[in-house]
Design a binder for this molecule. Structure first.
Ligand SMILES: *[C@@H]1O[C@H](CO)[C@@H](O)[C@H](O)[C@H]1NC(C)=O
Length: 352
C-alpha cells in the first residue's frame, strides 16, 4: 500500500452551497439544535502544507467507491487494543478515550446532536457481501502503556508492527481475530517514518512473519511539537501565512496536537472498519493506493466546505471551534466521511 492515499491533501472538493445561503440556514437551525451560546461560521483557511494529486471535484459521479468483496469489522463490539507509546498525561489519555467512548450509541443519550455517534452512523452504513454492517459499537478492550519507548524514539512502518508484537506476546493483549483492532498512538517526542512529510496516521494489517497473526491496526501520532500545521490542521496553519493571513482556529479541548489527532484517529477508525484488510471499500483501481472513505472527505468539517473553506462549524462563547458533541459534555472537531447512501461526504452537523 503506498503512502499516497494517507496524505492530507489540500481539499479539492467543491460544493455549491453559498455562504449567505448557509448562514440563513444556520440561523434557522441554531434554535432547533438548541446550542445556546454557539455561533456558526465557515472560515477560509490557508491550504495545508501537504498536498496530493487526488482531485475530487465534488461531483459524486467522479468518485467510484466500490466494494471489493472483503470483510468489514461487523462483529460487535469492535474491541480496540490501545497502545500508548511513549509518555502520555492522564488528561490526554482521558480526552482520547472520551472520544472513542462517544462513538457508540450508548453515548448518544448523553451527547446532544450533532454527536460523534451520529457521525459513526455513516460508517455503519457500509456492509460486506453477507449484508453485515460495520458495528455501531467500539470499546477500548485493553490498554498497554509503553512508557519505556521499547522500540526507540523513532519508529518505522515495520517497527510499528514490532510494537504490536511485543504487546501481544507480553500478553497484556489477546490475539483477537474476531473483534479486534490494534491502535498505536505515539507521543509528541516520537518520530515515525513519513510522519509529517507524507502521513499523519495510517492503517494496515500485521503480517504473520512480524506478529504471528494478521491483525488490523492503525497508528496515529501526536503532531503537536513536530508538525501541527500539517497534521493538526485547522488548529495550526502554515507559518508562511504569518501576519495578514487567516489565523488558525481555537481547538475545542485546548490542545492543538491532541485535538488535531482526534480527527486523524476518527479518519483511521472509519477506514479501518470499512477496509480492514484493504480488500473491502475503496475507490481507485490500484489496491496499493486505495482511496478510502476518510480520504474522500479530508479537510471537510461541515456544509459549504471546499475550495479552502472547512465548512460550517460551531464556535462556542470562548471562541473554541467544534462540529460535534461527545459524552461528558466534550466537544470535538472531526472530519466528515463518505456516505454510500448520499454518495457525498456526510456529517451530523450538516445543514440540510
Ligand atoms: C446497514 O447498511 C444498510 C446499507 O447501507 C443500511 O440501509 C442500514 O440502515 C444499515 N443498518 C444499520 C443498523 O446501520
Amino acid at each position: 500500500m503506498s503512502l499516497r492515499h494517507y496524505l492530507f491533501p489540500f481539499l479539492m472538493l467543491t460544493f455549491s452551497a453559498t455562504c449567505s445561503a448557509a448562514a440563513t440556514v444556520a440561523a434557522a437551525k441554531k434554535q432547533t439544535l438548541n446550542i445556546q451560546e454557539a455561533e456558526f461560521f465557515n472560515p477560509k483557511l490557508p491550504p495545508r502544507t501537504l498536498s496530493s494529486s487526488k482531485k475530487f471535484e465534488g461531483s459524486s459521479n467522479l468518485v467510484n467507491l466500490r466494494y471489493h468483496m472483503g470483510p468489514v469489522l461487523s462483529s460487535s463490539p469492535i474491541n480496540i487494543y490501545l497502545i500508548w507509546y511513549g509518555r502520555w498525561s492522564e488528561s490526554q489519555k482521558l480526552l482520547i478515550k472520551d472520544f472513542i467512548a462517544s462513538i457508540s450509541p450508548s453515548a448518544a443519550a448523553s451527547s446532544p446532536s450533532p454527536s460523534v455517534s451520529e457521525w459513526w452512523k455513516t460508517v455503519s452504513l457500509y456492509t460486506d457481501q453477507t449484508g453485515a454492517n460495520v458495528s455501531r459499537t467500539l470499546v477500548v478492550a485493553k490498554e498497554h502503556s509503553d512508557t519505556g519507548y521499547s522500540h526507540g524514539y523513532h519508529l518505522t512502518r515495520l517497527s510499528v508492527q514490532q510494537v504490536i508484537a511485543t504487546a501481544v506476546k507480553a500478553a497484556p493483549f489477546p490475539v483477537d481475530h474476531r473483534n479486534g483492532m490494534y491502535l498505536i498512538l505515539t507521543a509528541h517526542d516520537v518520530t515515525v517514518q513519513d510522519f509529517c512529510r507524507a502521513v499523519c496516521g495510517f492503517h494496515y494489517f500485521t503480517f504473520p512473519s512480524m506478529v504471528g497473526y494478521t491483525l488490523p491496526y492503525a497508528w496515529i501520532g501526536n503532531s503537536g511539537k513536530q508538525c501541527p500545521e500539517v497534521c493538526a490542521y485547522p488548529f495550526a496553519v502554515p507559518g508562511y501565512m504569518g501576519g495578514g493571513g487567516p489565523g488558525a482556529l481555537v481547538p475545542p479541548n485546548g490542545d492543538v496536537g491532541l485535538d488535531g489527532m482526534i480527527s486523524v484517529i476518527a479518519h483511521e477508525l472509519a477506514e479501518l472498519s470499512t477496509n480492514p484488510l484493504v480488500n473491502a471499500w475503496y475507490a481507485g483501481e490500484d489496491p496499493t493506493a486505495p482511496t478510502e472513505i476518510g480520504d474522500l472527505c479530508e479537510g471537510l468539517y461541515g456544509s459549504g466546505g471546499g475550495g479552502g473553506y472547512i465548512g460550517q462549524v460551531m464556535r462556542d462563547g470562548k471562541g473554541r471551534t467544534y462540529n460535534m458533541n461527545g459524552n461528558k459534555g466534550r466537544k470535538f472537531m472531526v472530519q466528515w466521511v463518505w456516505s454510500p447512501a448520499l454518495k457525498a461526504c456526510a456529517g451530523p452537523n450538516a445543514m440540510d
